[in-house]
Design a protein around this ligand. Structure first.
Ligand code: GAP
Length: 517
């Protein structure tokens, strides 16, 4: 579905609102509405169950957002958590240098895609896209140009060469999208952490940062958790929580926010085993995504060109968002960087005594890190569809339907009396609703014709609608309508709870995780 339509749908149906909208909003900050919070909680539950509940050797943690300021010195965030930034002097807009250069390459890529589309039209079914891209001179020239630009840009990024990035922007004659001018400032490093002050101390000592990743709360608690749970290496600590980054270019709705939520897991391992665990978590995490029914063609790995300051290997799981393939989750081999740095700066030992090897060492760490909000956006963009289906009279009509996995859907079941002004129907429906409410998130709706109510439930992804009609009064049966197949079955009132439970249970996802593994 078109991205603008998706954003409008999220607002209209209570999934996501712009933060402080009545004051014209706050950039890159969003609030989750009644349906949004349910979907988000279900995503978090799916992650938590698969990480903590289903792994004997992974335990949970909920660390504070504020941490001792030295944490961020040790982790490298004070010195190295920067983006290369420049301002346009005419529009006064600020940009990330690498994103300007990537945008330039995307325009060249668009020309190639246009040529591919034209050729496909000309050759029809016989068209072989891979062969065309590998042989067409114009497409090859453009691709070589893109590769060269990205290679040079990545080199400058790796070396922290701001002047080199600035020179590239001049050489490629990149103009400000807003003012159209090339009147740029120099490229500078811009630290992405938000800071604030402690109330009772004066000066630098009082400076606090809002955590830019949840991971550090796990590192500093490594021994507390290990000792209190008597876990043996390899073991993991998982955490879900807010993180904050002063993103220069915050765009694409909830894809890049300044306040967002991460679901991170640090897996502590023996030094030297990182390659094995890197492969293991790469595969395990991809299977987790596939088990949600996401089309495999929409998911891919992308090795990092520029490694973060803490990593010796890193890969992204990318998802095909409406604006192209982008990072959804990162899997990072963080070596012993974080624990060793905390050890140095705190003066406290962060070592593990290995009973089998009879020696102490600083463990290595394999990290899986996914943004909950990005996962939400991936789920919505995968699920939201416009399709033509027969209406009650058998005529074609279009509907907007959110085909979420039932266990993630905000509302599991809607209870609908066929008519509003028949107390015998509404009182029966209310009684059923009241009972089901104890087990599932349900909705009771009696306003409007039944067809319109079905459409409203389709639009928020409700997998099952129970309709109470005149037969219900006769024989205690109801219809249960399936969101995706539109099939209606008649079942007894006493069966509703069990039938719905079987179909919306999160367990269904875990059996698929095992199948795809
Ligand atoms: N602890 C490692 C770490 O934070 P990262 O690649 O910077 O690694 C991990 O972030 C994940 O957090 C990303 O894959 C993405 O899903 C999410 N994320 C990062 N920045 C974000 C932002 N500004 N808005 C929303 N999600 C973000």
């Amino acid at each position: 579905m078109d991205f603008k339509k998706l954003i409008a749908h999220c607002k209209e149906y209570g999934f996501i609102f712009q933060s402080s909208e009545i004051y014209d909003g706050l950039a890159a900050t969003y609030d989750y509405g009644p349906n949004g919070v349910e979907l988000k909680n279900n995503i978090k539950k799916y992650w938590w169950m698969s990480m903590v509940q289903m792994h004997e050797n992974i335990v949970g943690l909920d660390a504070a957002i504020f941490m001792h300021p030295k944490t961020w010195k040790a982790s490298g965030h004070v010195d190295a958590f920067n983006d290369p930034m420049l301002d346009n002097k005419d529009s006064k807009k600020r940009y990330r240098a690498d994103q300007l250069i990537e945008g330039y390459c995307e325009k060249i890529e668009a020309k190639n895609n246009k040529d591919v589309a034209k050729a496909r039209k000309r050759f029809g079914d016989a068209f072989d896209e891979a062969q065309f891209r590998a042989t067409n001179a114009r497409v090859l020239d453009r691709q070589a140009k893109i590769d060269d630009i990205l290679k040079r840009m990545n080199e400058h990024m790796r070396n922290g060469d701001m002047a080199g990035l600035g020179d590239m922007i001049t050489e490629l004659e990149i103009a400000c999208p807003e003012s159209g001018s090339r009147n740029w400032t120099e490229v500078r490093q811009f630290n992405l952490m938000f800071s604030t002050q402690l109330g009772n101390i004066a000066g630098e000592e009082s400076k606090l940062y809002l955590r830019p990743e949840t991971a550090q709360g796990i590192f500093v608690n490594f021994l507390n958790v290990q000792k209190s749970t008597r876990q043996k290496i390899p073991f993991g600590i998982a955490q879900i929580g807010k993180a904050f980054r002063n993103e220069i270019v915050a765009r694409q709705f909830i894809f890049r926010m300044r306040e967002f939520e991460q679901m991170e897991m640090q897996f502590f391992i023996q030094p030297g085993t990182q390659q094995k665990w890197y492969e293991y978590w790469k595969e395990t995490r991809l299977n987790w995504h596939k088990a949600l029914g996401t089309d495999s063609a929409k998911l891919r790995y992308h090795d990092h060109d520029n490694l973060a300051h803490y990593a010796d290997a890193a890969v992204d799981i990318e998802f095909q968002f409406p604006f192209g393939f982008r990072e959804l989750e990162g899997i990072h081999s963080r070596t012993d960087f974080d624990l060793s740095e905390h050890q140095k700066l705190s003066g406290k030992k962060l070592q593990y005594f290995d009973p089998e090897k009879q020696e102490s060492y600083v463990p290595y760490v394999l990290e899986t890190s996914i943004g909950c909000d990005r996962m939400f956006l991936a789920m919505i963009s995968n699920a939201l569809q416009e399709e033509t289906v027969p209406d009650a009279d058998g005529k074609d009509s279009t509907r907007i339907v959110m085909k979420l996995p039932p266990s993630l859907a905000p509302v599991k079941v809607a209870v609908l009396p066929l008519l509003k002004n028949k107390p015998e129907l509404t009182s029966k429906a209310r009684a059923i609703f009241k009972k089901l409410n104890l087990d599932f998130n349900c909705q009771y709706e009696e306003k409007d014709a039944i067809g319109r109510r079905y459409r409203r439930q389709d639009a928020i992804g409700t997998p099952y609608c129970i309709t109470i009609d005149f037969d219900t009064l006769e024989n205690d049966t109801v219809t249960i309508r399936d969101r995706d197949t539109l099939q209606q079955e008649r079942i007894h009132i006493n069966e509703i709870e069990q039938v719905v439970r079987e179909r919306v249970d999160m367990k269904n996802l875990f059996s698929v995780v095992e199948e795809v593994a």
